[in-house]
Design a binder for this molecule. Structure first.
Ligand SMILES: [Zn+2]
Length: 98
């Protein structure tokens, strides 16, 4: 296993990016992760969640705009022709081991 080959004994920090448009509640995700990693070599690891704000490109007013929810209208012009650009991420950013 790569983890063991790296000479690592345990995971001390787990960095996760979580987009505001994913529908996941960061506190609930952290709670579930803590329970999942409890019987593993990651038990007690710090869970570092970084929220990624929602954003999109509005084709009506041709602007990059902030979005609080996935299907919100453009806050500038009210248009609905929006390509989501940020906030859909849910990814493991880093894993710190020792
Ligand atoms: Zn717009």
């Amino acid at each position: 296993m790569v983890f063991e080959n790296a000479g690592a004994a345990r995971v001390v920090r787990i960095g996760i990016d979580i987009g505001d448009l994913t529908g996941f509640e960061p506190d609930a995700l952290a709670f579930c992760l803590e329970a999942l990693i409890d019987p593993t070599t990651a038990a007690g690891a710090t869970i570092d969640l970084v929220r990624i704000p929602g954003s999109g490109f509005c084709h009506t007013c041709t602007r990059e705009v902030a979005l609080a929810r996935r299907y919100d209208a453009c806050p500038e012009c009210g248009g609905l022709d929006i390509d989501l650009r940020g906030g859909r991420e849910l990814r493991l950013r880093e894993l710190e081991v020792e």
